[in-house]
Design a protein around this ligand. Structure first.
Ligand SMILES: [Zn+2]
Length: 369
């Protein structure tokens, strides 16, 4: 997902936070510290309410992370690679690079999350009933987290793909149809239906002047709708790209630029006449980096005669690359995962071509329906 940053890695999986979460993190902390806890526990002192609010938000965040990690661990056990986990508002997305290999695996991966949320809810409920509840803030915190984890588990069980419940529906349809595409089609329609219900609920709350709930539901509905459409498009893309290899769809590229070319010369002799937006950089017969027209523009014009291409290029080690015999569908996933619009194709240390988003959408237009 675009608009997110990596905050840590667990089992080698990058945990990313979507900017929407940062906003909601603040809102939830504020709401808990200044409204919910003081109202529910009037004897809690204001500083204690603030600390409890922050703790509750952090533990909520951790609960969602555990929910997503449980999906990921079951997926990894079934050899379905997970490229990242992204947290956003009331949930997270464990980004699977491939679809599960069968309905049984899909069911296990999908069910693991809500199950984890229910277990967490139970554990916090036990803490709430224990002697620890003599501390008012523990009592408040555990009650809130028991409730919120129960809510998370139930929310995710709603039958709209790509929510966990929708994935369970897809697994069942997949089992009966023996056709992942048809199963995804119906599951994502159901997802769009659930999204619409969220949106209607959101408008209703706005009408009742429950602004936070209203905006939250509208946002959730919008997000779910997008996700349901994307999920189905991914399946279509996979079918359309089918057995195609990168070499079948790439634009072959033969032009290169020497690393010691000055920026002046690069503009006049390479970028202008060749009309490329970027070029592989050659240093003693090896590709050492990539330089884009936009890299040149970052340097002040007066320095263009003394600066060399090697000073402004991106080293090849930091470029997302692919090989000619990789599958075209994987490249689509890699572009989305890294948020790049162009991937150079390397073979034996040489750039032999490039695949752009344009190349992929052309193939999808020709071969998709
Ligand atoms: Zn889940």
């Amino acid at each position: 997902m675009d608009g997110s940053i990596t905050i840590l890695r667990v089992f080698g999986i990058p945990i990313r936070v979507h900017y929407s979460w940062l906003i909601v993190f603040g809102l939830i902390t504020w709401d808990l510290a200044f409204r919910y806890f003081p109202e529910a526990y009037p004897s809690l002192s204001p500083p204690a309410a603030i600390v409890t609010g922050i703790l509750a938000t952090v533990l909520l965040f951790s609960s969602i992370l555990l929910h997503e990690l449980s999906h990921s661990l079951v997926a990894l056990r079934s050899h379905v690679p997970i490229s990242s986990i992204t947290l956003f508002i009331f949930g997270g997305v464990a980004r699977m690079d491939e679809e599960p290999h069968g309905p049984g695996e899909e069911l296990a991966i999908a069910a693991a999350g809500p199950l984890t949320s229910f277990v967490l809810s139970f554990v916090f409920h036990l803490i709430h009933l224990s002697d620890l509840s003599a501390f008012l803030w523990v009592k408040a915190l555990s009650r809130y987290l028991a409730f919120v984890n129960l809510f998370l588990g139930l929310l995710n069980l709603l039958p709209g793909f790509p929510l966990d419940g929708g994935r369970i529906v897809r697994a069942v349809l997949w089992y009966f149809f023996k056709d992942l595409r048809r199963a995804t089609k119906y599951a994502s329609r159901l997802g769009q239906g659930v999204a619409l219900l969220f949106a209607v609920g959101g408008v209703w709350h706005l009408f009742l002047r429950h602004f936070l709930e209203g905006v939250w539901l509208l946002f959730l509905g919008w997000f779910l709708d997008q996700a349901a459409r994307t999920g189905y498009r991914q399946i279509l893309a996979r079918e359309a790209l089918g057995a195609l290899k990168v070499r079948d769809i790439m634009t072959p590229l033969v032009d290169t630029i020497p690393a010691d070319t000055s920026l002046d010369e690069a503009a006049d002799r390479y970028f202008l006449p060749l009309r490329h937006k970027w070029l592989p950089v050659m240093d003693e017969n090896l590709v050492t980096g990539l330089v884009a027209l936009s890299d040149l523009r970052k340097v002040e014009k007066s320095l263009w005669s003394e600066k060399k291409i090697r000073d402004v290029m991106t080293p090849i080690s930091r470029v997302v690359c692919a090989a000619p015999d990789e599958s075209a569908y994987e490249i689509l996933g890699r572009m989305a995962a890294w948020g790049v619009g162009l991937i150079p194709i390397l073979s034996e240390g040489m750039v032999v071509g490039v695949v752009t988003r344009g190349d992929l959408s052309r193939v999808l237009q020709v071969r998709g329906d």
